[in-house]
Write a protein that binds this ligand. Structure first.
Ligand SMILES: [Zn+2]
Length: 344
């Protein structure tokens, strides 16, 4: 087979299945048959409005979360038949930020873009640092979730959650659900207040042991939280990416508490912060973005050992030609993540 199928992005809301020519492998590169690619929030954003970093020219392949099988290798570390997961980026390990041990902010992140395809070539730099063989027992669909969990693990680290904390997870899509599980499994006696609206997601939050599930469309969030916790909550993980939610969070974090603005908002949006709140109430505001190779490894370990369970977060399985349908389901809130089955 010298040709393979891939979905190409042409412009916002225009994607199409196309045939691409195979390119020869260079030294240390690996060719992977994609078993499953998962849809994620970034794919939805790309579909709706393009992406400044991922889509540099059109038409372009896209998609960034995958699990696959090696079908050709010029890299001695990987053999034909190895099942792998790959991160979508690799840091340079040389720049200012990499030297500060903040590889997620690397100035020279190399991106891998194109999991919505039958196959993909993993570049040498990525194969060296962020390509991992997976166990024989893990379901490839679950393994494909590694990257999403890695981003959550970096976010969890930045939120400094301690045993006995009261944590609010605002936004209960795939990442919010991971945060609920991380609070409940990696710490002792953490109380989780989850906030969402979709019935499926509220039900899942309860399944993952959120202590209280509020509905932002029905409940007065500040009032409900203050009723139970008059001082406010210790930590908030904002996972909606809506500036109005960012703003609201300041009302129910306790003095001395911390808000992690995990959900990225549209460019040029802003919120107002009172200097009084920051100084006299000692509120810490932070963000967290992306992942590092360390978090990718940790995420894979947590999935392979079944400590974090994501089966329910992959709500549907569809074929490559149905990708647009899958993205539309996500936009309507009717799917959490869709596994795109890409092997033929
Ligand atoms: Zn770097």
């Amino acid at each position: 087979m010298s040709k393979f199928q891939a979905v190409l992005f042409y412009k916002p809301k225009k994607i199409k299945l196309a045939e691409l020519e195979r390119k020869d492998l260079h030294k240390n590169e690996v060719r992977v048959k994609i078993l499953y690619a998962l849809t994620g929030g970034t794919d939805v954003k790309t579909y709706l409005r393009g992406h400044p970093k991922l889509i540099k020219e059109t038409p372009s392949t896209f998609g960034y979360e995958l699990c696959g099988e090696v079908i050709e290798s010029k890299n001695p570390k990987f053999q034909i038949g190895d099942k792998i997961i790959s991160a979508n980026t690799v840091p340079c390990d040389k720049c200012f930020f990499c030297n500060k041990n903040q590889a997620e902010l690397c100035e020279n992140l190399e991106f891998l873009n194109g999991s919505f395809a039958q196959e993909i070539v993993i570049p040498a730099a990525l194969a060296k640092v962020n390509l991992y063989k997976i166990s024989k027992t893990i379901d490839p669909k679950i393994a494909a979730f590694t990257q999403t969990l890695a981003v959550c693990l970096l976010g969890f680290e930045r939120t400094h959650i301690k045993d006995n904390d009261i944590v609010c997870v605002y936004g209960i899509g795939a990442v919010g659900q991971c945060f609920i599980q991380l609070c409940k499994t990696l710490r002792e006696n953490v109380t989780v207040v989850a906030i969402g609206s979709s019935d499926i997601k509220k039900k899942l939050a309860k399944k993952y042991k959120a202590d209280l599930v509020l509905d932002y469309k029905k409940d007065d969030i500040e009032k409900e939280i203050k009723k139970l916790y008059p001082h406010g909550v210790d930590k908030i993980i904002e996972a909606t990416g809506k500036p109005e939610v960012w703003q609201d969070c300041i009302k129910f974090v306790r003095q001395g508490g911390l808000i992690n603005y995990f959900g990225g908002c549209p460019k040029d949006s802003s919120i107002k912060i009172s200097t009084y709140d920051l100084h006299y109430k000692e509120i810490t505001l932070t963000g967290s973005f992306h992942h590092t190779p360390k978090h990718i490894q940790q995420a894979l370990t947590l999935l392979q050992s079944n400590v974090i369970k994501v089966d329910d977060l992959i709500s549907d399985t569809m074929e490559l030609e149905d990708l647009e349908k899958a993205l539309k389901l996500m936009i309507k809130g009717e799917a959490i993540k869709v596994a795109i089955k890409t092997s033929h």
